[in-house]
Design a binder for this molecule. Structure first.
Ligand code: UD2
Length: 307
């Protein structure tokens, strides 16, 4: 089978690419390298790379039959979506519509979309089920939600299966600690490695459902390769179903960085921060036949040893 991975040189996309290649599939990565890096990909005989913005792709870019697209190309930043909503709208929503059009032109039967927990906004009930009301509180969340709605609409009219993967707090290798979309775990890991203080916004009681990037990549692979009926639309939470507070997170990190003796500083909470987040993942388990393989402690241990 041959898959397109948009954003395949990025943090999550490069892991999706790696997993697909390791399972013997052919992959064509489309990436404009705006936030991704070529070094995130290793040479492989089944890998082709196209340096292009997805909105500029056309059917002629792809010579052979494509079995599915994993669409991860985006500007993955809530902050940038506030600063430059139109540009980010283009990268996050117009890009998705372009990919849907490409699926139509090339008769691609399946599109797996990197959505986000941000579609839920402030959770009103935990754990968060996929049926939880969607009420985004940022342009980024809105762009992800409307992308899902476009996918649903076209899945109803085209022979296309559209699967939206609502990713919670992902972490792992190749996540940059110093970018505008850095996750808290990569920031804390980096600070501990360098013996620097860490800053907690708020009192540290906020909770998050952290999932290791290799698990996320396995979900994408599963969603791309499982046989599904054409015309089907589904969204799935991609998380572990467990949450930890930031204070608990710091304690886990301290186990792996016993030499770290700097300080934990507390600062005012970030505007728009949600307090608690935890997903219900029974649909992921039953329909995508997937259960996360990496516990938070084990994954942090693996990461700490690579430093
Ligand atoms: C995550 C996603 C975001 C969006 C959102 C939806 C990441 C990186 N971001 O935002 O894209 O999907 O979920 O709900 O996955 N914090 C500190 N110190 C730091 C950095 C962060 O205390 O140095 C706090 C931050 O204020 C927040 C928590 O850590 O309370 C998690 O922050 P985050 O930026 O990793 O992720 P989140 O959940 O805000």
């Amino acid at each position: 089978m041959h898959f397109i991975v948009t954003g395949g040189a990025g943090f999550i996309g490069s892991h999706v690419t790696e997993t697909l290649l390791s399972q013997g599939y052919r992959v064509t990565v489309v990436d404009n390298l705006s936030t991704g890096f070529l070094q995130n990909l290793s040479d492989h005989p089944n890998l082709q790379f196209i340096k292009k913005d997805v909105v500029d792709c056309n059917p002629q870019d792809f010579s052979s039959l494509i079995d599915g697209v994993a669409h991860l190309a985006a500007t993955p930043s809530v902050g940038l979506s506030w600063e430059n909503p139109l540009k980010v709208h283009n990268n996050n929503l117009s890009a998705t519509i372009s990919v849907i059009e490409l699926c139509k032109q090339l008769n691609i039967p399946k599109l797996v979309f990197a959505s986000s927990a941000s579609v839920y906004g402030n959770p009103i009930k935990l754990p968060i089920l996929e049926s939880h009301p969607t009420d985004p509180i940022s342009p980024y969340g809105l762009q992800k939600l409307v992308s899902e709605q476009y996918g649903q609409l076209f899945a109803e009219t085209l022979p296309l299966s559209f699967i939206a993967l609502r990713i919670f707090n992902v972490f792992g290798p190749r996540q940059l600690p110093n970018s505008s979309y850095s996750g808290v775990l990569s920031i804390f890991l980096n600070s501990m490695r360098q013996g620097q203080p860490i800053t907690i916004y708020g009192d540290g009681s906020q909770t998050r459902d952290f999932i290791y990037v290799k698990d996320v990549a396995n979900v994408f692979t599963q969603a791309l390769t499982l046989p599904l009926t054409l015309g089907q639309y589904k969204s799935y939470n991609v998380a572990t179903g467990h949450s930890v507070s930031l204070l608990e997170l710091v304690n886990i990190l301290k186990i792996w960085f016993p030499q770290w003796n700097s300080t934990v500083n507390f600062a005012t909470p970030r505007p728009g921060d949600i307090q608690h987040s935890r997903a219900e993942i029974s649909n992921l388990v039953s329909f995508l036949n997937f259960y996360p393989q990496f516990s938070l402690d084990v994954a942090i241990g693996m990461l700490a040893q690579t430093y």
